[in-house]
Design a protein around this ligand. Sequence first.
Ligand code: ACO
Length: 363
Amino acid sequence: MADVKPGLEGVLAAETTISLVDGSAGRLLYRGYEIGDLAAHGTFDSVTALLLDGEWPAAPEPLAPAGLDESVGAALRSLPADTAPLDALRTGVSAWGAARGLDWPPTAAQARELIALAPAIVGGFARLRSGGDPVDPAGSEGLGVAGRLLHAISGEQPEASRERALDAYFVCCAEHGLNASTFTARVVTSTHSDIASAVCGAVGALKGRLHGGAPSGVRDQLTQIGDVEHAERWIREALARGERLMGFGHRIYRTTDPRAEALRGVAEGLAADAEWLKLAIDVEDVALRLLAEHKPDRVLKTNVEYYASVVLDGVGLPSDLYTPAFAVARTAGWCAHVLEQAEHGRLIRPDAAYVGPSVRPLP
Ligand code: ACO
């Protein structure tokens, strides 16, 4: 029997200097820096520079704002209003790449332009679908990428506390090793294709339920529980039905996801809805106790989605923009991997074990 690994678990497909995801220690480093320190003291725009260039920027400044040019604007306007916002992001990135006639090799300048464009696409589509027009990015001077997403959605200057909270969320989601979407971006790049094609592929991979995550699932769960007094009964019944608790467990982390810890602090600092936050904290305690009882042999701890849901709700994002917001942040990680793959990579081309019929005559 050939040694087939259908999920590629444990297969080392690249060397990287971008991030370390240490599941047993519950540690996440970007270029050697702890995620907790970056979330507390960095900005997403500085972290983007760190991921793309390899070093902390000497003079951190926001990425130059980008607006929707004619081709991207026309592509978004052509979409039905009920288009999934993640499909709109993929379409906008595709139109951007096509209009520029991008080719091999990808460059850091293209990466910066694309990362700055992503919030304009998501925010622009959010306005178009409700009958509005995309905002002029000139009004977002001085804001970072996260603040520009809020501005592109509402057309107004975001409150500083909300901007800071979304920025910290973006820092936490910017990069996470060779996850499915990042691997997709590297596979596309390995064929010497362009950066827009790689990011379109990555957005497509992120769209799947198993990867894009569902902070909105955490929100629904907390809404259904409603009051911590109901938590134990609600959770016991859900587990007895064989359901999974949203916001708990992780493929790699065997302890608390360090991003969950950082985002809990962000949620506490935001204090948008103190009762909702208290409910989340109290329900987390009950859930951890019951999960330990339910699966004593498996470490099931809080993951990034749990407090991401509280933060995204607190900054006022509608729940169908949670995953697109995540994609805006992750564009930084995707682009860093595209550049690394382009510089050091090799065509990614695994083998399959053939298990079909042996040679036979055509009927
Ligand atoms: N609630 C209840 N039971 C769980 C949970 C959970 N959240 N997570 C895992 N388990 C149980 C499984 O039912 C399984 O039990 P079994 O052995 O009796 O079948 C056991 O723990 C192992 O589960 P696996 O699916 O093998 O664990 P894996 O590490 O592959 O799963 C995953 C990781 C998909 C995140 C899982 O923990 C899950 O479904 N969590 C809930 C959804 C969620 O929060 N997703 C966001 C993840 S973070 C991110 O994507 C960025």
